[in-house]
Design a protein around this ligand. Structure first.
Ligand SMILES: *Cc1c(COP(=O)(O)O)cnc(C)c1O
Length: 418
């Protein structure tokens, strides 16, 4: 049943009052007077990150120093945090590590997938138009590095299932599209890949912490994702990498670093991959960033993701409803799928002056973001965003459009980060 859309601000107040997730808001640092609808780009800061990082710096680094590799659990952090991410994406313990960036993890897994399939005469990397830029760039470079008959095949997103020929080695899909918010059928496409003997690699950057994900139930092979968006791990927080345990022994990382060695501190001259998913680690992990991320992941451990999804859909219905009723006359169109089940946790709105609009809204305390060519993204993060927030934000969007204040010259000056 589609959630009922509140028709007044008072309705929104009542919904916030009965919201089972309402208590989480206090756990985040949110600026008074600002409505933050950009948690799909950089999640808000959990207050616990401040104490966790301060403690890490003063006690673990300040006092323990090098001894903390043993005494403070630094050596196991990549795996320990990996398991905490794993619980949010349907992975079993030992299937996820936290390390590097999404881009680097993607490189490692795509090369591993092509190598795995090399003996099976499969060399095509199948992906889709409009995939996140880094995914497309890395895919192109991976086939150059792999050489031979390796090639990228890029098709419209709706053609993926039908393009799965016997030459496909690996399917690379971003589960929730960063621009449109469209959500692919993870289980269905994984099954289609498997039916043709291909591996399925999922980019979960806009999925983990936003929508329920069950890699295990879907039988997915590989996945990557970042932790600074819906998971709130902090700017530049390390990413994660998932490899199904049934495949791990047959996968090898192209970045054979000492942290992926079976015995890192034996200082052997030659490489021997660690038995499990740790074989995908490369170098020394960023312990300070991991401390902030662990605070964020600990906050997530008690969260009911189905409740998050339900509230996210209701918030999105409010955005779509208000956009149709109040913003459409000003040239705004809903660019995301209208079907809630096909949408992640964002609503993309199209407007010819979306960039200027985004800037004007920021000045009015509504933080969204712009994506080319003309998209205003409204990110919905149910842990710290309520119905009144969204109601008020949509009122401000309407005001800015009505008054045409976004047409002021200063909003046309492009910032380096849109
Ligand atoms: C944000 C995002 C990334 C980010 O990659 P990094 O290497 O971690 O900066 C990758 N893929 C998708 C789909 C994203 O949305």
């Amino acid at each position: 049943m589609p959630p009922e859309v509140p028709g007044t601000r008072r309705d929104c107040e009542l919904l916030d009052r009965s919201d089972p997730l309402a208590a989480y808001r206090e756990l985040f640092s949110l600026e008074p007077g600002t409505i933050y609808l950009d948690g799909n780009s950089l999640g808000a800061m959990p207050r616990s990150a401040v104490t966790r990082v301060a403690e890490m710096l003063s006690t673990e680094w300040g006092h323990g120093a090098v001894r903390s590799w043993n005494s403070a659990g630094w050596l196991d952090a990549s795996r320990r945090l990996g398991d905490k991410v794993g619980r949010l994406i349907g992975a079993r313990p030992g299937e996820v590590v936290v390390c590097d960036s999404t881009s680097v993890n993607l490189f490692k897994l795509l090369v591993a997938a092509l190598r795995y399939q090399a003996g099976r005469s499969r060399s095509v990397l199948l992906t889709h138009d409009g995939n996140f830029p880094t995914d497309l760039y890395v895919a192109d470079e991976v086939v150059r590095v792999a050489g031979g008959s390796a090639a990228v095949r890029r098709v419209p997103p709706q053609d993926l299932a039908g393009s799965m020929g016997p030459d496909v080695a690996v399917l690379l899909v971003t589960h929730v599209d960063y621009r449109t918010g469209y959500m692919h059928d993870l289980a269905g496409l994984t099954a289609a890949a498997h039916a043709q003997g291909a591996l399925a690699l999922w980019d979960l950057c806009h999925s983990a912490g936003a929508v329920p994900v069950d890699l295990g139930a879907a039988g997915a092979d590989l996945a990557v994702g970042c932790t600074y968006k819906f998971l709130n791990g902090g700017p530049g927080a390390p990413a994660y990498l998932y490899a199904a345990s049934r495949l791990q022994a047959e996968l090898s990382s192209p970045i054979a670093g000492w942290f992926g060695h079976a015995s890192t501190f034996s200082f052997e001259d030659s490489y021997e991959a660690a038995p499990g998913v740790e074989r995908f680690l490369a170098g020394t992990p960023p312990i300070v960033s991991l401390a902030a991320l662990e605070a964020a992941l600990d906050l997530w451990q008690g969260v009911d993701i189905e409740a998050v999804r339900g509230k996210s859909m209701a918030l999105a219905a409010l955005v779509v409803g208000r956009a149709d009723d109040r913003l459409a006359p000003h040239g705004v169109r809903v660019f995301s799928p209208r079907e809630a089940a096909q949408r992640g946790s964002q609503v993309s709105l199209g407007h010819p002056s979306a960039y200027q609009l985004t800037r004007a809204l920021a000045e009015r305390g509504v933080v969204c973001d712009f994506r080319p060519p003309d998209i205003l993204r409204v990110g919905l993060t149910p842990l710290y965003t309520g119905f009144v927030d969204v109601w008020d934000a949509m009122e401000i969007v309407e005001e800015v459009l009505e008054q045409r204040s976004y047409e002021d010259e200063r909003f046309g000056v492009r910032l380096r980060v849109p």
